[in-house]
Design a protein around this ligand. Structure first.
Ligand SMILES: NC(=O)c1ccc[n+]([C@@H]2O[C@H](COP(=O)([O-])OP(=O)(O)OC[C@H]3O[C@@H](n4cnc5c(N)ncnc54)[C@H](OP(=O)(O)O)[C@@H]3O)[C@@H](O)[C@H]2O)c1
Length: 309
Protein backbone atom coordinates (compact mmCIF):
# COMPACT_ATOMS: atom_id res chain seq x y z
CA UNK A 1 0.00 0.00 0.00
CA UNK A 2 1.11 3.58 -0.67
CA UNK A 3 2.83 5.12 2.35
CA UNK A 4 2.86 8.62 0.89
CA UNK A 5 -0.82 9.37 1.67
CA UNK A 6 -1.31 12.84 3.15
CA UNK A 7 -4.28 14.84 4.40
CA UNK A 8 -4.03 16.99 1.28
CA UNK A 9 -5.72 14.08 -0.54
CA UNK A 10 -8.85 14.29 1.60
CA UNK A 11 -11.80 15.51 -0.44
CA UNK A 12 -14.08 18.33 0.60
CA UNK A 13 -16.12 17.00 3.54
CA UNK A 14 -18.95 19.55 3.37
CA UNK A 15 -22.20 17.80 4.28
CA UNK A 16 -20.41 15.05 6.24
CA UNK A 17 -21.12 14.56 9.92
CA UNK A 18 -18.34 13.10 12.08
CA UNK A 19 -18.28 12.23 15.77
CA UNK A 20 -14.92 12.05 17.58
CA UNK A 21 -15.08 10.67 21.12
CA UNK A 22 -12.44 12.29 23.31
CA UNK A 23 -12.01 15.04 20.73
CA UNK A 24 -10.65 17.59 23.19
CA UNK A 25 -7.19 16.05 23.65
CA UNK A 26 -4.34 14.17 21.98
CA UNK A 27 -4.96 12.39 18.71
CA UNK A 28 -8.72 12.99 18.90
CA UNK A 29 -8.15 16.74 19.03
CA UNK A 30 -5.84 16.56 16.00
CA UNK A 31 -8.44 14.53 14.11
CA UNK A 32 -11.16 17.11 14.90
CA UNK A 33 -8.94 19.87 13.46
CA UNK A 34 -8.29 17.92 10.26
CA UNK A 35 -11.97 16.99 9.70
CA UNK A 36 -13.10 20.56 10.42
CA UNK A 37 -10.45 22.03 8.10
CA UNK A 38 -11.96 19.90 5.30
CA UNK A 39 -15.45 21.26 5.99
CA UNK A 40 -17.11 18.42 7.95
CA UNK A 41 -19.58 19.10 10.75
CA UNK A 42 -17.68 17.65 13.71
CA UNK A 43 -19.11 16.67 17.07
CA UNK A 44 -16.54 16.66 19.86
CA UNK A 45 -17.98 14.10 22.29
CA UNK A 46 -16.25 14.78 25.59
CA UNK A 47 -16.61 13.95 29.25
CA UNK A 48 -15.67 17.50 30.26
CA UNK A 49 -17.59 20.25 28.49
CA UNK A 50 -15.16 22.82 29.92
CA UNK A 51 -12.20 21.07 28.32
CA UNK A 52 -14.19 20.64 25.11
CA UNK A 53 -14.99 24.35 25.04
CA UNK A 54 -11.32 25.26 25.55
CA UNK A 55 -10.31 22.88 22.75
CA UNK A 56 -13.00 24.33 20.49
CA UNK A 57 -11.86 27.88 21.18
CA UNK A 58 -8.27 27.01 20.39
CA UNK A 59 -9.36 25.61 17.01
CA UNK A 60 -11.49 28.54 15.88
CA UNK A 61 -8.59 30.93 16.41
CA UNK A 62 -7.05 29.41 13.26
CA UNK A 63 -10.25 28.26 11.56
CA UNK A 64 -13.11 30.67 12.19
CA UNK A 65 -15.30 28.70 9.76
CA UNK A 66 -14.93 25.43 11.67
CA UNK A 67 -18.29 23.69 12.07
CA UNK A 68 -17.68 22.07 15.47
CA UNK A 69 -20.21 21.29 18.17
CA UNK A 70 -19.31 20.12 21.66
CA UNK A 71 -21.50 17.52 23.33
CA UNK A 72 -21.25 15.74 26.66
CA UNK A 73 -20.34 12.04 26.57
CA UNK A 74 -19.00 10.08 29.53
CA UNK A 75 -18.18 6.59 28.32
CA UNK A 76 -17.93 5.37 31.91
CA UNK A 77 -21.71 5.76 32.25
CA UNK A 78 -24.24 3.92 30.10
CA UNK A 79 -26.78 6.52 31.10
CA UNK A 80 -24.56 9.24 29.64
CA UNK A 81 -23.99 7.22 26.45
CA UNK A 82 -27.77 6.83 26.04
CA UNK A 83 -28.37 10.55 26.59
CA UNK A 84 -25.64 11.45 24.10
CA UNK A 85 -27.06 9.11 21.43
CA UNK A 86 -30.61 10.42 21.92
CA UNK A 87 -29.48 14.05 21.76
CA UNK A 88 -27.35 13.41 18.66
CA UNK A 89 -30.22 11.66 16.87
CA UNK A 90 -32.62 14.48 17.71
CA UNK A 91 -30.30 16.87 15.84
CA UNK A 92 -28.64 14.86 13.05
CA UNK A 93 -30.02 12.48 10.47
CA UNK A 94 -26.69 11.18 9.16
CA UNK A 95 -23.37 10.01 10.55
CA UNK A 96 -20.57 9.55 8.04
CA UNK A 97 -17.79 8.66 10.48
CA UNK A 98 -17.92 7.54 14.08
CA UNK A 99 -14.35 7.73 15.40
CA UNK A 100 -14.29 5.77 18.65
CA UNK A 101 -11.12 7.35 19.95
CA UNK A 102 -11.47 8.20 23.65
CA UNK A 103 -9.48 6.10 26.05
CA UNK A 104 -7.75 5.73 29.37
CA UNK A 105 -4.54 3.84 30.07
CA UNK A 106 -2.78 2.20 33.01
CA UNK A 107 -5.40 3.24 35.52
CA UNK A 108 -5.37 1.79 39.02
CA UNK A 109 -8.16 -0.74 39.61
CA UNK A 110 -11.54 0.97 39.54
CA UNK A 111 -15.00 0.55 38.13
CA UNK A 112 -17.31 2.61 35.96
CA UNK A 113 -20.67 3.89 37.15
CA UNK A 114 -22.20 0.62 35.94
CA UNK A 115 -19.63 -1.51 37.78
CA UNK A 116 -17.38 -2.48 34.84
CA UNK A 117 -13.58 -2.54 35.23
CA UNK A 118 -12.85 0.99 34.07
CA UNK A 119 -10.35 0.45 31.22
CA UNK A 120 -12.56 -2.16 29.56
CA UNK A 121 -15.62 -0.11 30.52
CA UNK A 122 -14.49 3.14 28.89
CA UNK A 123 -12.32 1.84 26.05
CA UNK A 124 -14.60 -0.95 24.83
CA UNK A 125 -17.99 -1.26 26.56
CA UNK A 126 -18.87 2.45 26.36
CA UNK A 127 -17.96 2.51 22.66
CA UNK A 128 -19.86 -0.73 21.99
CA UNK A 129 -22.99 0.86 23.45
CA UNK A 130 -22.41 4.14 21.65
CA UNK A 131 -21.98 2.41 18.28
CA UNK A 132 -25.05 0.23 18.80
CA UNK A 133 -27.24 3.16 19.79
CA UNK A 134 -26.10 5.20 16.77
CA UNK A 135 -26.22 2.26 14.37
CA UNK A 136 -29.61 3.15 12.86
CA UNK A 137 -28.24 6.54 11.73
CA UNK A 138 -24.95 4.99 10.63
CA UNK A 139 -26.54 2.34 8.40
CA UNK A 140 -28.88 4.96 6.93
CA UNK A 141 -25.87 7.02 5.79
CA UNK A 142 -24.32 6.02 2.48
CA UNK A 143 -20.76 4.64 2.88
CA UNK A 144 -20.59 5.36 6.59
CA UNK A 145 -17.54 4.25 8.56
CA UNK A 146 -16.88 3.23 12.14
CA UNK A 147 -13.24 3.48 13.22
CA UNK A 148 -12.04 2.07 16.53
CA UNK A 149 -8.73 3.25 17.98
CA UNK A 150 -6.74 0.32 19.34
CA UNK A 151 -3.05 0.06 20.27
CA UNK A 152 0.13 -1.98 19.90
CA UNK A 153 -0.71 -2.90 23.49
CA UNK A 154 -3.31 -5.38 22.18
CA UNK A 155 -0.29 -7.68 21.80
CA UNK A 156 0.55 -7.54 25.52
CA UNK A 157 -2.29 -9.75 26.70
CA UNK A 158 -5.49 -11.31 25.49
CA UNK A 159 -9.04 -11.61 26.73
CA UNK A 160 -9.52 -13.02 30.23
CA UNK A 161 -13.02 -14.37 29.90
CA UNK A 162 -12.74 -16.24 33.21
CA UNK A 163 -12.51 -12.91 35.04
CA UNK A 164 -13.11 -10.21 32.46
CA UNK A 165 -13.67 -7.45 35.01
CA UNK A 166 -10.89 -8.42 37.43
CA UNK A 167 -13.64 -8.71 40.08
CA UNK A 168 -12.59 -6.95 43.30
CA UNK A 169 -9.20 -6.21 41.72
CA UNK A 170 -8.27 -9.92 41.62
CA UNK A 171 -5.24 -10.41 39.31
CA UNK A 172 -5.43 -6.76 38.30
CA UNK A 173 -2.45 -5.19 36.56
CA UNK A 174 -2.94 -1.80 34.88
CA UNK A 175 -1.23 -2.89 31.65
CA UNK A 176 -3.05 -6.23 31.57
CA UNK A 177 -6.40 -4.47 31.76
CA UNK A 178 -5.38 -1.86 29.18
CA UNK A 179 -4.12 -4.57 26.81
CA UNK A 180 -7.39 -6.48 27.18
CA UNK A 181 -9.41 -3.35 26.40
CA UNK A 182 -7.35 -2.68 23.26
CA UNK A 183 -7.72 -6.32 22.17
CA UNK A 184 -11.47 -5.86 22.68
CA UNK A 185 -11.39 -2.87 20.28
CA UNK A 186 -10.04 -5.15 17.54
CA UNK A 187 -12.33 -8.12 18.25
CA UNK A 188 -15.28 -5.71 18.17
CA UNK A 189 -14.11 -4.18 14.86
CA UNK A 190 -13.75 -7.51 13.07
CA UNK A 191 -16.98 -9.01 14.46
CA UNK A 192 -19.01 -5.92 13.62
CA UNK A 193 -17.69 -5.98 10.04
CA UNK A 194 -18.64 -9.68 9.74
CA UNK A 195 -22.16 -8.90 10.97
CA UNK A 196 -22.46 -5.89 8.66
CA UNK A 197 -21.35 -8.03 5.72
CA UNK A 198 -23.83 -10.82 6.43
CA UNK A 199 -26.59 -8.24 6.70
CA UNK A 200 -25.49 -6.70 3.37
CA UNK A 201 -25.19 -3.20 4.84
CA UNK A 202 -23.20 -0.35 3.28
CA UNK A 203 -20.99 0.27 6.34
CA UNK A 204 -17.26 -0.13 6.75
CA UNK A 205 -15.70 -0.91 10.12
CA UNK A 206 -11.99 -0.27 10.57
CA UNK A 207 -9.40 0.06 13.29
CA UNK A 208 -6.28 2.15 13.73
CA UNK A 209 -3.55 2.82 16.25
CA UNK A 210 -1.29 5.86 16.70
CA UNK A 211 1.93 4.01 17.57
CA UNK A 212 3.56 5.97 20.36
CA UNK A 213 2.30 9.53 20.28
CA UNK A 214 2.85 12.45 22.61
CA UNK A 215 -0.57 13.06 24.21
CA UNK A 216 -2.08 13.23 27.69
CA UNK A 217 -2.68 9.47 27.84
CA UNK A 218 0.07 8.86 30.40
CA UNK A 219 -1.45 11.28 32.92
CA UNK A 220 -2.25 8.46 35.33
CA UNK A 221 1.43 7.56 35.62
CA UNK A 222 2.71 11.08 36.31
CA UNK A 223 2.98 10.59 40.06
CA UNK A 224 4.74 7.24 39.77
CA UNK A 225 8.46 7.00 40.60
CA UNK A 226 9.36 5.46 37.24
CA UNK A 227 7.57 8.20 35.30
CA UNK A 228 10.59 10.44 34.64
CA UNK A 229 12.55 7.50 33.29
CA UNK A 230 9.59 6.33 31.25
CA UNK A 231 8.95 9.80 29.83
CA UNK A 232 12.52 10.04 28.52
CA UNK A 233 12.32 6.65 26.82
CA UNK A 234 8.85 7.41 25.46
CA UNK A 235 9.94 10.81 24.11
CA UNK A 236 12.83 9.23 22.25
CA UNK A 237 10.59 6.78 20.45
CA UNK A 238 7.37 8.71 20.00
CA UNK A 239 5.87 10.96 17.36
CA UNK A 240 3.61 14.01 17.56
CA UNK A 241 -0.11 13.73 18.27
CA UNK A 242 -0.65 15.06 14.73
CA UNK A 243 1.35 12.20 13.17
CA UNK A 244 -0.34 9.77 15.56
CA UNK A 245 -3.81 10.75 14.42
CA UNK A 246 -3.11 10.07 10.75
CA UNK A 247 -3.76 6.28 10.82
CA UNK A 248 -7.23 6.92 12.28
CA UNK A 249 -7.91 9.77 9.87
CA UNK A 250 -6.79 7.69 6.89
CA UNK A 251 -8.98 4.80 8.06
CA UNK A 252 -11.88 7.25 8.33
CA UNK A 253 -11.54 8.78 4.87
CA UNK A 254 -9.19 7.00 2.47
CA UNK A 255 -11.30 6.05 -0.57
CA UNK A 256 -9.03 3.01 -1.12
CA UNK A 257 -9.70 1.63 2.38
CA UNK A 258 -10.96 -1.93 2.61
CA UNK A 259 -13.35 -3.30 5.21
CA UNK A 260 -11.88 -4.38 8.57
CA UNK A 261 -8.45 -2.92 7.73
CA UNK A 262 -6.18 -1.90 10.61
CA UNK A 263 -4.08 1.23 10.11
CA UNK A 264 -0.94 2.21 11.97
CA UNK A 265 2.47 3.84 11.53
CA UNK A 266 4.75 2.09 9.02
CA UNK A 267 8.03 1.84 10.98
CA UNK A 268 9.33 -1.61 11.93
CA UNK A 269 8.15 -1.42 15.52
CA UNK A 270 4.97 0.42 14.60
CA UNK A 271 5.71 3.31 16.96
CA UNK A 272 6.19 6.11 14.42
CA UNK A 273 5.82 6.65 10.72
CA UNK A 274 3.43 7.11 7.88
CA UNK A 275 -0.13 5.74 8.13
CA UNK A 276 -0.52 2.40 6.32
CA UNK A 277 -2.43 -0.85 6.76
CA UNK A 278 -0.70 -2.98 9.40
CA UNK A 279 -1.30 -6.42 10.90
CA UNK A 280 -2.92 -7.08 14.24
CA UNK A 281 -1.93 -10.26 16.06
CA UNK A 282 -3.43 -13.70 15.64
CA UNK A 283 -5.45 -13.60 18.86
CA UNK A 284 -7.30 -10.52 17.62
CA UNK A 285 -8.53 -12.55 14.63
CA UNK A 286 -10.23 -15.16 16.82
CA UNK A 287 -13.86 -15.39 15.71
CA UNK A 288 -14.66 -17.41 18.81
CA UNK A 289 -13.38 -14.70 21.16
CA UNK A 290 -15.06 -12.01 19.09
CA UNK A 291 -18.45 -13.75 19.31
CA UNK A 292 -18.02 -14.31 23.04
CA UNK A 293 -17.12 -10.67 23.61
CA UNK A 294 -20.04 -9.55 21.48
CA UNK A 295 -22.56 -11.57 23.49
CA UNK A 296 -21.10 -10.37 26.79
CA UNK A 297 -21.12 -6.76 25.59
CA UNK A 298 -24.79 -7.04 24.60
CA UNK A 299 -25.67 -8.57 27.96
CA UNK A 300 -23.76 -5.94 29.93
CA UNK A 301 -25.10 -2.94 28.03
CA UNK A 302 -28.53 -4.15 27.00
CA UNK A 303 -27.72 -2.63 23.59
CA UNK A 304 -28.71 -4.84 20.66
CA UNK A 305 -27.56 -3.75 17.21
CA UNK A 306 -30.32 -3.67 14.60
CA UNK A 307 -28.87 -5.14 11.41
CA UNK A 308 -32.11 -5.01 9.44
CA UNK A 309 -32.01 -3.06 6.17
N1 LIG B 1 -0.84 8.20 22.75
C1 LIG B 1 -0.41 6.99 22.42
O1 LIG B 1 0.80 6.73 22.28
C2 LIG B 1 -1.40 5.91 22.17
C3 LIG B 1 -0.91 4.65 21.81
C4 LIG B 1 -1.82 3.64 21.52
C5 LIG B 1 -3.18 3.88 21.57
N2 LIG B 1 -3.63 5.10 21.94
C6 LIG B 1 -5.09 5.31 21.98
O2 LIG B 1 -5.42 6.57 21.43
C7 LIG B 1 -6.68 7.00 21.94
C8 LIG B 1 -6.61 8.48 22.29
O3 LIG B 1 -5.71 8.66 23.34
P1 LIG B 1 -4.65 9.85 23.39
O4 LIG B 1 -3.31 9.25 23.33
O5 LIG B 1 -5.02 10.92 22.44
O6 LIG B 1 -4.85 10.32 24.92
P2 LIG B 1 -5.47 11.61 25.58
O7 LIG B 1 -4.74 12.83 25.13
O8 LIG B 1 -5.48 11.31 27.03
O9 LIG B 1 -6.96 11.64 25.05
C9 LIG B 1 -7.91 10.71 25.52
C10 LIG B 1 -9.29 11.31 25.39
O10 LIG B 1 -10.24 10.37 25.89
C11 LIG B 1 -11.10 11.08 26.78
N3 LIG B 1 -11.75 10.21 27.76
C12 LIG B 1 -11.19 9.51 28.76
N4 LIG B 1 -12.13 8.92 29.51
C13 LIG B 1 -13.32 9.24 28.95
C14 LIG B 1 -14.66 8.95 29.27
N5 LIG B 1 -15.00 8.24 30.35
N6 LIG B 1 -15.63 9.44 28.47
C15 LIG B 1 -15.33 10.19 27.41
N7 LIG B 1 -14.09 10.53 27.07
C16 LIG B 1 -13.08 10.05 27.83
C17 LIG B 1 -10.19 12.11 27.43
O11 LIG B 1 -10.94 13.11 28.09
P3 LIG B 1 -10.24 14.09 29.18
O12 LIG B 1 -9.40 15.05 28.41
O13 LIG B 1 -11.40 14.70 29.88
O14 LIG B 1 -9.40 13.21 30.06
C18 LIG B 1 -9.46 12.60 26.20
O15 LIG B 1 -10.27 13.49 25.48
C19 LIG B 1 -6.99 6.08 23.12
O16 LIG B 1 -7.97 5.14 22.73
C20 LIG B 1 -5.67 5.36 23.38
O17 LIG B 1 -5.84 4.08 23.93
C21 LIG B 1 -2.78 6.12 22.23
Amino acid sequence: MRADWTVSEINDLKGNVIIVSGGNSGIGFEAVKIFAAKGAAVIMACRSLDKAKQAYESIIVDNAEADIVTMHLDLSSLDSVKKFAAEFKSKYKRLDVLLNNAGIMMMPYGTTKDGFEQQLGVNHIGHFALTGLLFDVIKATSKARIVNISSNAHKFGGMRFDNLMFEDGKGYRPMRAYAQSKMANLLFTYELQRKVDSAGLDVMVLAAHPGASATNLGREMENKAYFKFFVKIFASMSQSAYDGTLPGVRASLDPQAVAAAYYGPDSKRGMTGKPVVVASNEASQSEEDAKKLWDISEDLTGVIFDFSK
